[in-house]
Design a protein around this ligand. Structure first.
Ligand SMILES: [Zn+2]
Length: 340
């Protein structure tokens, strides 16, 4: 039977209630799973009593080239992988009866998480407000509105937007903080293991705040501990040169993120930076790509039948720089989300 516990990434303390930062050291949590992997994927999330949304199928893995595969993670209801994390987070909170119809929830997002948050708030039957930067991508704002969420635009940087959402007086469901959100991406690793005869040597993951990276790592770690795989694939975090917070953190360099065409990738140093640094050093590496490389990678993918946003195409841009063996790209968001 699969078991889980929520632990602090720094001092290893167990979460007491539903706090989003450790009460002892103010660090964020991750969810650790133990017990043997269950072939029924949903049973590997024992803290979710009932999923509020049942996806019809797995996202496909398609061949792009010899020894190059892509997992089409943009084929979710809101056209981004974020739905996996939001489904787990909202299902968990609904099961715990933490969220009910009279509660209002807030979130801060550059777009994709906001759309997914709005979609799942709507399914859960609760009123939601998404705090966005005044420079946010208009297509993504339109999508958030479509699901019935309120939008509050904040003039300021990423941190100002986050503070506005935290201090909104509503229940703050910031996706970066809630460990259930990043834990939702464990299922990507389980699917890869089920769908492929042999798991890839390397996986290219677009990297922003590291929630996707954390979930994929935790999934493979669980499969390894359960004897289902022999080793964890090399996990390559790909970032725009202009927005490379994690990369700079590992190198001990000053971080001054600029706006990239890959607008979903913020370039901030993630709140789980120390934890992620250790994982990346042990199991992978960071790789940065230029704006030109991102633009050309997206165009090439489009020509091959994969319509993804710039923030997704960074994984292909990274692959084109360095690759070895059998590789898999995670394609995270649909191309319709970009305005150009
Ligand atoms: Zn702690």
């Amino acid at each position: 039977m699969v078991e889980s516990r929520v632990v602090c990434t720094k001092c290893n303390s167990v979460r007491e209630h539903l706090e989003i930062l450790c009460r002892k050291c103010r660090s964020p949590f991750v969810i650790e799973v133990g017990g043997s992997y269950d072939d029924k994927i949903r049973r590997n999330f024992p803290y979710v009593s009932k999923f509020i949304f049942e996806p019809a199928r797995y996202t496909p893995i398609s061949e792009l080239d010899k020894n190059l595969l892509v997992k089409e993670e943009y084929l979710h209801p809101t056209l981004s992988y974020k739905d996996r994390g939001m489904n787990v987070l909202f299902s968990f909170l609904k099961g715990k009866e933490v969220i009910s119809n009279d509660i209002r929830v807030s979130e801060d997002s550059s777009g994709n998480a906001g759309a997914s948050f709005a979609f799942f708030s709507n399914i859960a039957g609760i009123k939601s407000t998404v705090y966005v930067s005044s420079t946010a991508n208009r297509n993504k704002l339109e999508q958030i509105r479509k699901y019935g969420a309120n939008i509050t635009e904040i003039a300021g940087n990423r941190k100002d937007v986050e503070n506005a959402a935290i201090n909104s007086g509503m229940m703050y469901l910031g996706h970066q903080y809630w460990p259930e959100f990043s834990d939702g991406f464990r299922s990507i690793s389980y699917e890869i293991n089920e769908q492929m005869e042999r798991i890839p040597d390397s996986i290219y993951i677009p990297f922003s705040t590291g929630t996707l990276f954390t979930g994929i790592y935790m999934g493979f770690r669980h499969l390894l501990a359960s004897g289902r795989i022999e080793k964890i694939p090399k996990l390559i975090a790909v970032l725009p040169e202009r927005a490379a917070g994690m990369h700079n953190f590992i190198l001990g360099k000053e971080n001054r993120p600029e706006k990239s065409i890959a607008d979903a990738l913020t370039g901030m140093v993630p709140i789980r930076a120390e934890f992620l640094k250790n994982v990346i050093i042990e199991y992978g590496e960071t790789l940065t790509v230029t704006e030109e490389e991102i633009i050309s990678a997206r165009k090439e993918l489009l020509g091959k039948g994969f319509d993804v946003e710039y923030s997704s195409a960074v994984s292909y841009a990274g692959y084109k720089k360095i690759h070895e063996g059998r590789c898999l790209l995670i394609l995270t968001g649909h191309g319709i989300k970009n305005t150009a």
